[in-house]
Design a binder for this molecule. Structure first.
Ligand SMILES: [Zn+2]
Length: 377
């Protein structure tokens, strides 16, 4: 079955009276060996795999955020919401086709690759080769059903993604210990605990908290409405404040400020600012981002400030540098060999075509865009 037919199948799926009546989906080929209960869908009966299926039930990462991660990685996949999905508590599945059939021994490796692309948020059962999932719209929940397609390369052809692959979490203690470590190192969580705002710790690494903006809530709500995720938990690369109420659109900066981790530039006269700090921030602001990233934790610790606060200071110093008119161009190293402009444009064009579907008459335009960017000083 061609992949486009599969994607259409997701888009035009029928509505069913209940979850248990939905269709089952699996990209595996099963043999004829039945279990005692008569089932053909079991690990020992697997022959080969034509695609990878992943499950997300963490209720924090939206379909569009996940779509962005897949698009950033440039792999072909489709995301469709699970029967119990709502926009407030997202649950979805991701399906990535393979360029050819693979034996079961390759399955976990390919799931780990997909899990890495999604920052490690796939549920543990995603690693079970015989796992199949219900799909379909369930009566009543139809309005939330969502399908997103991403076009790129086949997952199995992207060996480069092995470097960022995330294998299945070892059950129980290891995962809990890792999350505990992250939580105990996080300055924002430390501050929340100090303020008595932590309500409980969640299995996905987040902490449910009292919303600092609860005065703005229009409904009462309950435990679990407001959550803080430390960086690298819940699928978030950076620390993230999530609230189900109207504060959901507030930027993270507002949240940090509300709990007293101010991100505003340090005023002179504030006793926390020593000349040392100022000087250090100015120095850091001049570093390349990658250099800064290497040093920020240590410097923050030495200065006795949170990394979040330091980041904010450095960001502020950088933008005031810019507004003062000092634009610094990075030194550009020339390519070692002579470059044939025409070939380069063809290559760029082919690369873009791998990811874009655009009408034929825009070919010229497509070539010109990268060309004009390249010719900037
Ligand atoms: Zn709130």
């Amino acid at each position: 079955m061609p992949w486009s037919t599969v994607v259409d199948g997701f888009r035009n799926v029928k509505e069913f009276p209940s979850k248990s009546e939905c269709l089952l989906i699996s990209f595996a080929t099963f043999g004829e060996k039945r279990t005692e209960a008569g089932s053909l869908r079991h690990d020992a009966n697997l022959i080969e795999h034509h695609g990878i299926l992943g499950d997300y039930d963490g209720e924090a990462v939206s379909v569009s955020e996940a779509t962005e991660m897949l698009a950033d990685a440039g792999i072909t996949a489709v995301i469709y919401t699970s029967p119990s999905h709502t926009p407030e508590k997202p649950r979805w599945r991701v399906a990535a086709p393979l360029s050819k059939a693979y034996p079961t021994s390759d399955y976990a490796r390919l799931v780990a690759r997909l899990n890495g692309v999604l920052h490690g948020i796939l549920a543990p059962e995603s690693f079970r080769p015989s796992q199949s999932y219900y799909f379909g719209r369930v009566n009543g929940a139809t309005k939330h059903y969502q399908v997103q397609e991403v076009r790129g390369a086949f997952l199995d052809l992207r060996a480069d993604l092995d470097a960022s692959a995330i294998e299945q979490e070892q059950a129980g203690t290891t995962r809990a210990a890792r999350l505990e470590q992250i939580r105990s190192d996080d300055p924002v969580i430390a501050r929340l605990a100090e303020l008595g705002m932590v309500l409980r710790q969640r299995a996905d690494g987040g902490v449910d908290i009292t919303c600092p903006f609860s005065a703005d809530h229009t409904t009462q709500g309950g435990k679990g409405d407001t959550t803080y995720f430390a960086a690298n938990t819940g699928g978030f690369k950076h620390g993230r404040f999530v609230c189900l109420h109207r504060c959901k659109d507030r930027p993270n900066e507002d949240f940090l400020e509300a709990i007293g981790l101010t991100t505003k530039p340090i005023e002179s006269g504030n006793e926390q600012v020593t000349p040392d700090t100022k000087e250090m921030v100015e120095k850091l602001a001049k570093l390349k981002p990658i250099e800064y990233d290497k040093q920020r934790k240590e410097v923050a610790a030495n200065l006795g400030v949170s990394v979040t606060a330091l980041d904010a200071e450095v960001r502020a110093a950088r933008s005031s540098d810019r507004s003062a008119g000092t634009i610094e161009f990075e030194a550009v190293e020339p390519w070692p060999e002579e470059v044939n402009g025409e070939e380069l444009l063809d290559e760029v064009s082919a690369l873009i075509l791998r990811y874009l579907v655009i009408p034929d008459n825009s070919r010229q335009h497509r070539n010109l865009c990268p060309a004009s960017v390249r010719s900037l000083p």
